[in-house]
Design a protein around this ligand. Structure first.
Ligand code: AGP
Length: 619
């Protein structure tokens, strides 16, 4: 996830771009850049790190001009570095591009262009877009009239070749009155002003200049000049667009109208599923494409076991991953709390794959555990969200989750991304080793392809959750129960509640209830039981009965249409029925929402809970 911005008008562009980027920094902040065009030509400034770095660069070396592009980056391809920071320019020096999204087929396109002697400077997928347009344009020196037409044709041709997702801002250095925007599966808006127009990833970036906004649709293209904007649909036909009047205040706008980042991030999970799967599933062949795993097929075949190291929410995700791998691949797995692993002299068989799971890629204990494994001569794999983080730099291979920056301290969408990545890992190992029959892999790929729709469907339980949160928000203890894949989800639900509402909560394997926690159960201890349909469904129903008979109120998470659970639990939150191995991704949603609404009801600081830090870089 990145933020893009474009300005064309009468004012100086630089300050407008920098101010707008500040409002888009929540979308990514590992590097940023601006390109400003004037009669004297193009000027570019790029800096690694937060926007403040770019600002100080501009203070020392200002740029002048009345149109330009800005970008704040969340790296997906290529480490955060100045050369990988946007804007990117093609090898002719005429085409300037900022991009949010992922060009899925960039490698193939890049190879084609390299064969035609087109030169590349960065490791990004975006540079391919600039070079492709430049390549199609070929004649960058034609007279201004035909240049405009040729440029627009080249843009359209390039967009046809691209597979993947994009929101793009594009300029040609010889066409100072023209700014092009295009989108597919990434947000892009056009802001309409007086003698000036704007292009942006999101409303907050331009809200101080205009409240008249056009939300571009899939495949739309917009051509902006200072006094006019022309819109074209996905088939290139001119279309008229009616602007929407934005009434949000700037802070609300940054959260896209949500009251907290956490709620926004919960609602982003369907998009996270799509982005993390993007370009990785090959349903026809029945394969999972993870070229980033740098293990030979022989090494994969000889893996004697997998050892996961992680902390907190990431540890819960790893636990789900281990259940999947043991069930489907029969490879022995162990999941370790990283801080224990690093200090307890662990013994690992040679060839064991050590998988470090971490949203931030910076958690001190996870990093130390991974380093210890490397010292033992073992191969390491990072599953991380932040590109360029220490874990992604030091691991032998990485699977990146494409969640975008997670701002809420309590992890939600990053957990979803981790679950998806672990699923991909299981399928990848299974297909390379031949542990899973092809038809089974194809069936699981089909299910995964449907996951984002199920996630969207699951969020519909929100209204019911709000009512339940209202009823239970004054309780002081909760017990969460789950079995099999949903035991880690019970722990995750309890952790969410503890973190943001400061209510004591325990997550337990339901079968362990009788071995101790049952002593705590009375009418003051609500039980949250995950009771989706699976081979352990009846077992969990029995646990619900046992809790009810001791006076507890039971909130069950169950599949739509399940009437039996309604007779047994005090409250039921219904979610869609999905294949059992995907149920963690669905069942966690009501638990995230429950924690969220209870915390809000108690007046807690949801996005920045007391004593917690987003990234725990000390032990
Ligand atoms: C999650 O809600 C927590 N804030 C916390 O448990 C977190 O998952 C843990 O600190 C690990 O962080 P990481 O994924 O960045 O390594």
């Amino acid at each position: 996830m990145c933020g893009i911005l474009g300005y064309i008008g009468e004012k100086q562009a630089t300050q407008i771009l920098v101010d707008g980027l500040r409002r888009l920094e929540y979308r990514g902040y590992d590097s940023s850049g601006v390109a400003v065009l004037s009669r004297n030509g193009l000027q570019i400034r790029r800096a690694v790190g937060k926007l403040a770095k770019l600002e100080s660069l501009i203070t020392h070396s200002p740029l002048q001009g009345h149109m330009g592009l800005g970008h704040t980056r969340w790296a997906t391809h290529g480490a955060p570095s100045e050369v990988n920071a946007h804007p990117h320019i093609d090898s002719t020096g005429c085409i300037v591009v900022v991009h949010n999204g992922i060009i899925e087929n960039y490698q193939i396109l890049k190879e084609k262009l390299l064969k035609r002697r087109v030169q590349f400077k960065s490791d990004t997928d975006t540079e391919v877009v600039a070079n492709l347009i430049g390549y199609y344009l070929k004649d960058g020196k034609s007279d201004p009239k035909s240049l405009k037409k040729n440029f627009l044709t080249a843009v359209k041709k390039a967009l046809k070749d691209i597979r993947g997702t994009y929101a793009l801002g594009i300029i040609h250095t010889k066409l100072p009155g023209l700014l092009v925007g295009a989108r597919r599966d990434c947000p892009l808006i056009v802001g309409l002003g007086e003698g000036e127009n704007f292009l942006a990833s999101d409303v907050p970036a331009i809200l101080s200049h205009t409240r008249d906004v056009v939300f571009l649709q899939e495949g739309d293209m917009a051509i902006l000049s200072p006094n006019k904007v022309e819109f074209f649909d996905d088939r290139g036909r001119p279309v008229a667009k009616k602007p929407t009047k934005i009434t949000w205040d700037p802070i609300q706008a940054e959260k896209a109208g949500y009251t907290h980042f956490m709620l926004k991030e919960i609602h982003e999970q369907s998009r996270v599923v799509e982005d993390t799967l993007l370009g990785r599933l090959n349903g026809k062949k029945g394969t999972v494409d993870l070229p980033e795993i740098r293990l030979t097929p022989k090494e994969v075949a000889q893996i004697p076991g997998v050892r996961f190291v992680a902390c907190g929410t990431s540890w819960h995700a790893a636990l789900v991953g281990s259940y999947l791998i043991e069930k489907y691949l029969k490879i022995p797995c162990q999941v370790e709390i990283a801080s224990e692993f690093r200090y307890r002299s662990p013994v690992l068989a040679p060839g064991t794959l050590v998988v470090a799971v971490s949203q931030s890629g910076e958690t001190a204990d996870t990093l130390a555990a991974m380093r210890l494994a490397k010292k033992m001569g073992l191969k390491t794999l990072g599953i991380a969200n932040v590109v360029g983080s220490t874990i992604t730099r030091e691991a032998d291979s990485n699977i990146l989750t494409h969640c975008g920056p997670e701002i809420g301290v309590a992890s939600t969408k990053a957990f979803m991304g981790q679950l998806v990545a672990l699923h991909l890992l299981m399928l990848y190992l299974g297909s390379v080793r031949g542990d899973l029959p092809k038809p089974k892999i194809k069936e699981m790929i089909r299910s995964l392809s449907h996951l984002s729709t199920w996630v969207t469907d699951a969020i519909k339980c929100e209204k019911e959750v709000i009512k339940i949160a209202e009823a239970y928000c004054r309780r002081t203890n909760f017990l969460y129960l789950g079995r099999n894949y949903n035991y880690p989800i019970a722990m995750e639900g309890a952790l969410k509640l503890k973190e943001i509402s400061y209510i004591h909560a325990e997550g337990y394997p339901a079968g362990e209830m009788k071995h101790g926690p049952i002593a705590l159960i009375d009418e003051n201890m609500p039980i949250v039981a995950i009771a989706s349909k699976s081979h352990v469904y009846e077992k969990i129903l029995s646990n619900i009965e046992e809790a009810r008979s001791r006076g507890a109120n039971v909130i069950a998470v169950a599949n739509r249409g399940d009437k039996l659970v309604k007779q047994k639990a005090s409250d039921v939150i219904y979610v869609p029925m999905v294949p059992d191995e995907l149920s963690p991704m669905i069942n966690v949603i009501p638990l995230q929402l429950l924690a969220y609404y209870i915390a809000v009801r108690r007046g807690c600081d949801v996005d920045q809970p007391r004593n917690l830090a987003k990234s725990v870089t000390v032990e």
